[in-house]
Write a protein that binds this ligand. Structure first.
Ligand SMILES: NC(=O)c1ccc[n+]([C@@H]2O[C@H](COP(=O)([O-])OP(=O)(O)OC[C@H]3O[C@@H](n4cnc5c(N)ncnc54)[C@H](OP(=O)(O)O)[C@@H]3O)[C@@H](O)[C@H]2O)c1
Length: 484
């Protein structure tokens, strides 16, 4: 049993007692999730801060409205449900979640449940679990991936909760989840923050995957002079090979889409300033706390930050111009495909190691093969590779939980890293930014060194701080004869 079970309010729950479901927050995700729940045969009471939205939602729900009850106020919502209740929150992370909990808690009874289905910082989820446990209320952290379409027709769902709470909501969660060959893409990964942690790392990998794709688009556009439509064709072709994935598929569609008003490629009309809501940053913060490398994800988060500093970029572009002294030369399309695949594998490898480390740190029952399995459908990073990743993590333990040491991925990186190296070298020499591809290559080159350069770091640390070092030829801690 997980260590954190001691914080769980309901060590047991009466079996076969139907849970009565409610949902707060009828925005993009909440409204689609509510329709999904209703369509799968569960009655649901819904509430939104602005009642107009609730009315609009019910009016547009068609025959599913029969299963839906609109509640104007929170007391109405709670009154519309019978205990034990499970109320799903689908509101922005942070204060809105705390505000809803504070307003709901006095209305709920021991044995009731609050499910946060938004993207929460798992540290907040752990805190909320502990606080609500004192009132006998189960708090469930449920990561939901798949955007609006996934929420409506089957998302990938990552749950953290006490086991009895999971058992109580499991039928509903499995019913609404995406399916991969008939198997629901939903799982509980441990207590308290486990589900939100897995969702956060999912999003971190998503950031990296998107950045890697964007870097390849940059090389096609600025190195090869490819039009968006021509690049779109290439991505479509790649989507039929080992890169087959939702993100590559939508990239092909996006690049080939024209602005109806001007008939120009849509992508050319979009300001190159990326938004972010925090899950990429949270992944990095946790990687740093757990002493792990998440450099491809860091590169992706940082690239979005640089993209947002458009004024700076305009000034710097004016001051420095393009990299001097190099001829633009076309990238080999096959190399770009392999480089993207290699970069993607590095990002996943780093993400999974982070999950493994969190499992150890928080004593979660977090099965990496199950994570790969439930990411195979419904979520934004779904890809054909995940099936092989699940195989890689299954069975006999993978050394250091590192995907790169699974035979099939060792082979794949041996085949693709040479192209990654050529692409990074060419991009760097042309002054094209490829931070995520470079980070992936740097990570790989780092772990393949039997003899690294931290000998010098250790010597420097001992020199100025008397931190000591281990020697290759003797046991124990030693100090150097510096300055002799
Ligand atoms: N969009 C995605 O693709 C996606 C995917 C996975 C997870 N998520 C997560 O899902 C959650 C909801 O996202 P969304 O895209 O559905 O957001 P959204 O479309 O902006 O909707 C937000 C909802 O929360 C309500 N709300 C906002 N602030 C509130 C407050 N202080 N108190 C009470 N209600 C409040 C809004 O009510 P009003 O109508 O009154 O404004 C609205 O119903 C977020 O945690 C998000 O990170 C989103």
């Amino acid at each position: 049993m997980d260590k954190a079970d001691q914080h769980q309010p309901t060590a047991t729950r009466p079996k076969d007692v139907a849970i009565s479901f409610g949902l707060i927050g009828l925005g993009t995700m909440g409204s689609n999730l509510a329709l999904n729940i209703a369509e799968n045969g569960f009655d649901l009471a819904v509430h939104n801060r602005t009642f107009d939205r609730t009315e609009e939602f019910l009016n547009s729900a068609g025959p599913l409205a029969e299963r839906l009850t609109g509640a104007q106020t929170l007391p109405d919502l709670v009154a519309a449900l019978t205990a034990p209740r499970a109320i799903i929150l689908m509101v922005p992370a942070g204060d809105p979640v705390d505000q809803q909990i504070a307003a709901l808690q006095p209305l709920l009874a021991p044995g009731d449940m609050i499910i946060d289905a938004g993207n929460a910082d798992f540290n907040d989820t752990r805190r909320r679990v502990a606080t609500l446990a004192e009132a006998g209320i189960d708090f469930v952290g449920m990561g939901v991936s798949g955007g609006a379409e996934g929420a409506r027709h089957g998302p990938s769902i990552m749950v953290g909760s006490a086991l009895p709470a999971w058992q109580a909501i499991r039928p509903m969660v499995l019913a609404i989840a995406a399916r991969f060959h008939g198997e629901p893409c939903a799982e509980r990964f441990g207590n308290d923050g486990a589900g939100h942690f897995v969702k956060t790392v999912h999003n971190g990998i998503e950031y990296a995957d998107m950045q890697l794709i964007a870097e390849v688009w940059g090389m096609l556009r600025d190195g090869n002079g490819a039009t968006p439509a021509a690049a779109g064709e290439l991505f479509e072709r790649w989507n039929r090979g080992p890169l087959a994935s939702y993100l590559v598929e939508i990239t092909a569609t996006v690049l080939r889409t024209e602005d109806p008003a001007s008939a120009r490629p849509m992508v050319d009309l979009i300001l190159d300033r990326a938004g972010q809501k925090g899950t990429g940053r949270w992944t990095l913060i946790e990687a740093l706390k757990l002493g792990q490398s998440a450099t491809t994800i860091e590169a992706a988060v940082a690239a979005r930050a640089v993209s947002a500093q458009r004024d700076l970029r305009l000034l710097a572009a004016d001051r420095f111009g393009p990299a001097p002294g190099t001829e633009a030369s076309a990238f080999d399309a096959g190399d770009l495909e392999s480089a993207l695949l290699a970069g993607k594998i590095m990002a996943y490898a780093q993400g999974f190691v982070l999950l493994a480390e969190a499992r150890r740190a928080f004593d979660w029952d977090l099965d990496l093969a199950r994570v790969a399995q439930i990411w195979r459908a419904g979520c934004i990073i779904r890809s054909d590779l995940l099936d092989e990743m699940a195989d890689g993590f299954r069975g006999a333990g993978l050394p250091h939980d590192n995907l790169l040491l699974a035979p099939v991925f060792s082979d794949l990186v041996q085949q693709t890293v040479p192209a990654l190296r050529r692409v990074v070298c060419q991009a760097v020499s042309m002054g094209l930014p490829v931070p995520a591809l470079s980070a992936g290559l740097g990570y790989f080159d780092g772990i393949r060194q039997a003899r690294g350069t931290a000998d010098l770091i250790q010597a420097q640390r001992d020199f100025f701080g008397e931190h000591g070092f281990e020697r290759v030829d003797r046991q124990g801690q030693h100090h150097g004869p510096w300055g002799n």
